[in-house]
Design a protein around this ligand. Sequence first.
Ligand SMILES: CC(C)(COP(=O)(O)OP(=O)(O)OC[C@H]1O[C@@H](n2cnc3c(N)ncnc32)[C@H](O)[C@@H]1OP(=O)(O)O)[C@@H](O)C(=O)NCCC(=O)NCCS
Length: 175
Amino acid sequence: MHRISSSYHARETLPDGRIVHIRAIRPDDREKLQEEFHKLSAASVRERFFNVKQDLTPKELTYFTEVDFSMHVALVAELECESRLHPVGVGRFVRNQENPDHSEFAITVSDKMHGQGIGKLLLRQLIHCARELGVQHLDASVLPQNARMTNLLHHTGLPLESKIEDGILTYTLAI
Ligand SMILES: CC(C)(COP(=O)(O)OP(=O)(O)OC[C@H]1O[C@@H](n2cnc3c(N)ncnc32)[C@H](O)[C@@H]1OP(=O)(O)O)[C@@H](O)C(=O)NCCC(=O)NCCS
């Protein structure tokens, strides 16, 4: 089956000139993922998971970091600063088993880095990887008040549909 390389890497530039590296997630990102999760605001956790939780469970950490890059692709964003890399975001998509043309995707950016273009870069890279795998639609579940995510999706310029169910918006991006 077609896969994204587990050494996938892209060097990107933010609008203010800072460099961000977007790379494939690794099993050894487990601890960093938990650390970054602990730094998220309650609002961001709720926007990502639709409930407030204190930790990612060991099972979730395994699921989030040990991916096959075929049915589940996950990328991390690291900001370059004084020759060191600092984790600032993570994005993933998981293909629908019954309908692999569709994938559910999600992005989380560290609160202190919101609104600086990291989400946009992660989405661009996720779209690139999804196209490589032949995915045609990316679906995102979003709380209606999540203006940043809504804007991010609208500003791709790609065809976007939405439906609301049980108070949650599902956006479908035709990539
Ligand atoms: C939603 C999220 C991923 C967006 O990432 P981000 O790095 O903050 O977004 P960006 O800086 O790339 O900005 C994306 C768009 O949002 C818009 N935006 C920026 N700041 C904004 C603000 N304060 N309010 C509303 N929109 C804003 C911008 O218009 C930008 O689009 P443009 O540059 O094309 O004009 C991020 O805020 C996040 O992690 N939120 C918590 C978790 C979450 O909500 N995940 C989404 C559910 S899957």
